[in-house]
Design a binder for this molecule. Sequence first.
Ligand code: CO
Length: 287
Amino acid sequence: MHRETIRVLIGKPGLDGHDRGALVIAQALRDAGMEVVYTGLRQTPAQIVSAAIQEDVDVIGLSCLSGAHNELFPEVVRLLKEQGADDIPVIGGGTIPEEDIPFLQANGIRRVFTPGTPTSEIVSCIRELVAERRGEKPAEPVMPSPKKIAHVAIAVRNLDAAVRTYTELLGFRLLGTETVESEKVRVAFLAIGESRLELLEPTDPSSPVAKFLETHGEGIHHIAFEVEDIEGRLAALKRANAQLIHETPKAGAGGHRIAFLHPRTAHGVLIELCEPHGEVDVHKRQA
Ligand code: CO
């Protein structure tokens, strides 16, 4: 039952004798990998419906330049219903005034394209209609977007010197400092507006930041995204085979719950997920 290739019937109901537009669309659909059945000029709605059913098409595209679209397009939909084939979506185009579009849509034409519509838009509309008819859901991301970038963290050898540079030279505001035992680092939080920097100085040679400084020298260490439901995110990432450094959250600076993803997961960048702790903004409280 399931086939990959999309089959489209292009029908020209009515009396107009111009099919250049229809042929251009047909070629664009073939170029997009679809099979196209073209009925030729001056077909009746009944002929179009019967060809669509015989050819087992996924979508019917109607083109009309004669001005009779308000009679001919709904008639195709009515006949499909009569034949029990109204699960085949019908779209239409041609010289159709904007004000006729609501009437056509109310009468079962799923999409109406006016002259000048890029063919790529018609191609993606057909793909969406076919995916919907076949019960395929569009690909969803593994999880909703993070809320924002919580901070960018920089590894430094001497925290006090780095704080002076960032406040006196670069104009950041110092929000506070704190020692995070789990990571063996001393941390300073700096702010410009809503944006935060985190400066990290190792407190012990076994700290991950000490190892980072040994290998890379000073520089950007990680980017933190603020998220909700950090456990749910870590579980979803694990199911998607992402490489995690922490599979369960741990306590970070400010009592926030944090977890790191391996740089291999994010094209060489160490990513921290950070779920704020309660309602209190600890960074502000410390300021
Ligand atoms: Co951080």
